[in-house]
Design a protein around this ligand. Structure first.
Ligand code: 5GP
Length: 190
């Protein structure tokens, strides 16, 4: 999507370790009007899919998923990275390896928030090696929910997570696909 690629070229910073920093508009500082334009694209792609819930993972997914939920008029559930004291009752839990932190953590949601009647759109900011999405898919499978697809803002296709998720039969729509990225050569989009 041209709009997204242009914004990444303008404000994205390539860090060593294969990390693209987009903190000026997508992560830490969120350009809400811009993201709501991107949300319309996810809506165009998934509007006929009967989605009744959006699922994401804390922390950076939450704000983005909430903006995406507006055109669909559906609630957002986010997986927490640990079971907190105010999470009562039974939970679904999956293990996720964090690309940016290099550590493992849980992805936890209360059983009451996801079930067989749900048709779920997964939303996340980045798709790299696919661990975050695998975790969310796993939660949906535990709950018996239908995964309609995933909406990703930036996919780094060379890290192969997208290939794996699609091979699991999950539709993945990415607004920007990065084929290669380095400090020396810059970003090449597909
Ligand atoms: P994956 O689980 O697909 O390997 O990585 C996706 C998660 O790691 C995303 O939720 C995102 O928070 C983080 N991530 C992966 N690559 C990048 C990146 O290049 N930049 C930023 N800002 N986050 C990333």
């Amino acid at each position: 999507m041209k709009l997204m690629e242009e914004r990444i070229r303008k404000d994205g910073i390539i860090e060593d370790g294969d990390v693209l920093k987009v903190g000026m508009f997508l992560n830490q500082q969120i350009d809400v009007c811009f993201i709501s334009e991107l949300a319309k694209e996810f809506y165009r792609l998934y509007k006929d899919a009967g989605i009744n819930k959006i699922l994401t993972i804390e922390a950076s997914g939450i704000g983005l998923a909430c903006i995406c939920a507006i055109p669909f008029d559906v609630p957002v559930v986010f997986a927490k990275k640990s079971k907190s004291n105010n999470m009562t009752g039974e939970v679904y839990s999956s293990n996720v390896h964090s690309f940016t932190h290099g550590t493992d953590h849980a992805a936890v949601i209360p059983k009451a928030m996801l079930g067989p009647n749900d048709r779920v759109l997964l939303i996340d900011d980045f798709l790299a090696r696919g661990q975050a999405l695998h975790g969310l898919i796993d939660l949906c499978e535990q709950a018996g929910a239908t995964i309609v697809g995933a909406g990703v803002f930036v996919e780094k296709t060379y890290q192969k997570g997208g290939e794996e998720i699609r091979a699991r039969g999950v539709r993945v729509e990415s607004l920007a696909k990065i084929k290669s990225m380095s400090v020396e050569e810059g970003i090449v989009f597909i």
